[in-house]
Design a protein around this ligand. Sequence first.
Ligand SMILES: [Zn+2]
Length: 280
Amino acid sequence: MCRLIFIMVMASLLAACSGNSRNGGQASRDDVAPEGCLTRGIGEWEATWIRDVDTRQSPEIFADAPEGLIDSLGLSEGVPSSISVFLLRKGDTSMLFDAGLGGKESRMLPLLDSLGVRANDIKYLFLTHLHNDHIGGMLSGDTVVFPNAEVFVAKKEYDGWMNMPNDKKAKAETTLEAYADRLRLFEFGDTLPEGVVAIDASGHTPGHTVYKAGNLLVVGDLMHGVALQLGHPDICAAYDMDKPAAVESRVRILKLAGQEGLVMAGMHFPEPGFLSADGQ
Ligand SMILES: [Zn+2]
């Protein structure tokens, strides 16, 4: 089953790359998209991949990979990756999934600006988990970056981090405290604003969350190296906190995407940011 999903998804990815890679062959809001951005229509939503930081993953983080596999896939110099966020727009509603790394390297805010979206416009901010490369862009110094956003986090993720030692949880605690009056904790399976559904994808972190918005599946850190893990979902990245749970989530979510023909959006996917299981 995994191999079948891998073949379907890779075929779709290649089709997307060989077509109009600027807008993924779908309706685009902008004729000239800035580098590191790609907008495609997915159902009623305009979904935009925004590359916050261009990066590669060191093969060393995939220590579980059988010897020779990484070389045989041509990945010994690094696995193509990124730190990305996703913007969904419909009418006047703009919502963001994760907030990137923040700091000097971050391109999220200038890219949002180039799309005509200001930080003030973000109505909902959905967090897949509380690692720094996903919440770092929520504060600029001590200042809240998204002053009008309701912030959504799985209760299991929030509780998991708040029970960690002080040095580990400091960033997450400080950041979420700054948004305390607009912080919404949810249970897996809950339907959130705009019909977004929260799906349990625990393992990478205590309450790592995948979000389904129509035919879009925002998969967070389900895969740090798509080129490796799509065909080998049993391989974990060093960052996966509970590896057996991470594998179970990866296999289950990939199966869901394949069966329902969902487009995956991953926070560490390389360009074009989206990965279709249904050829669209
Ligand atoms: Zn991450």
